[in-house]
Design a protein around this ligand. Structure first.
Ligand SMILES: Nc1ncnc2c1ncn2[C@@H]1O[C@H](COP(=O)(O)OP(=O)(O)OP(=O)(O)O)[C@@H](O)[C@H]1O
Ligand SMILES: [Mg+2]
Length: 241
């Protein structure tokens, strides 16, 4: 098991519990998607793994290591990277400078150079834009920069919060193809998505989160054909009997 989240109850500072006893698992080289309505706590799951919430109960295990109470910096060092909701890139920096920011925990200049080369190979488009200010890029290109920043650290586990948000269907397909490619190269991916049908169709497994609680889980295929998931998240009308 790459990542095991057991009985996680978490919230923010002194506020109420947002997640209630939730459990998620991510195995090696899996793509796992969490779906659910707005405000269900999907981003809070990813933020909890990344050390950005107040964890009140439960544990988060990465490989054989308990990372529940580590700082974000230590969590990154353990091999986890996150692309947060809303593509947090630095608009005033160039594409190349953004990638360098993603590598801030790397010490050696040569290592940064090598990783940049890898990311440019993976996203050839970014190479041709390397000197452009990121603020003028299209939504899809910015998403590539944000994912590229996370890849600078060659993470074992990549957390992706709504990678397709605001993108045109064709660009969503490109981003999802890249996500599969990242998995094929050895990473395990836990993502949160509103675009449930596309996300589940590339996922090994999925979870439905409702009001901060586990509601359903299963293989991507099973969830795609589940009538309740179809009605609530895939825009399919439930069949009347
Ligand atoms: N930094 C924060 N401080 C306090 N409460 C927060 C914070 N971030 C989120 N919340 C609250 O936690 C709950 C769950 O939010 P979260 O962002 O995890 O939902 P979500 O499922 O990702 O929703 P969406 O689909 O809209 O992105 C919401 O009620 C939200 O108001
Ligand atoms: Mg969210």
């Amino acid at each position: 098991m790459t990542l095991s989240i057991q009985n996680l109850t978490a919230g923010y500072s002194s506020g109420p519990d947002i997640l209630h006893n939730t459990c998620f698992e991510l195995r090696e080289r899996e793509i796992v998607t969490i779906i659910g309505p707005n405000g269900a706590g999907k981003s809070t799951v990813l933020r909890s793994i990344f050390g950005l919430t107040d964890i009140r109960k439960g544990e988060i295990i990465h490989g054989s290591r308990d990372i529940t109470s580590l700082s974000t910096h230590e969590i990154i060092r353990s091999g986890i990277a996150m692309v947060s909701q809303g593509r947090n890139i630095f608009p005033d920096l160039t594409v190349e400078e953004n990638l360098e920011m993603g590598a801030y925990t790397l010490r050696s200049k040569q290592e940064i150079k090598d990783k940049k080369k890898d990311v440019f190979q993976f996203f050839p488009k970014l190479k041709s834009f390397r000197d452009r200010h990121s603020g003028i890029l299209s939504g899809g290109e910015r998403q590539m920069v944000a994912i590229g920043m996370a890849l600078m650290l060659s993470p074992e586990v990549l957390l992706l919060d709504e990678p397709s948000i605001g993108l045109a269907p064709k660009i969503i397909d490109e981003v999802f193809a890249k996500i599969q490619h990242i998995r094929d190269e050895g990473a395990s991916i836990l993502m949160v998505e509103q675009n449930a049908s596309k996300a589940l169709s590339i996922s090994d497994r999925g979870y439905v989160l409702e009001l901060g609680r586990n509601a359903l889980d299963g293989t991507g295929k099973k969830l795609l054909t589940d009538p309740k998931v179809g009605e609530l998240y895939l825009g399919k009308k439930g069949k009347k009997s």
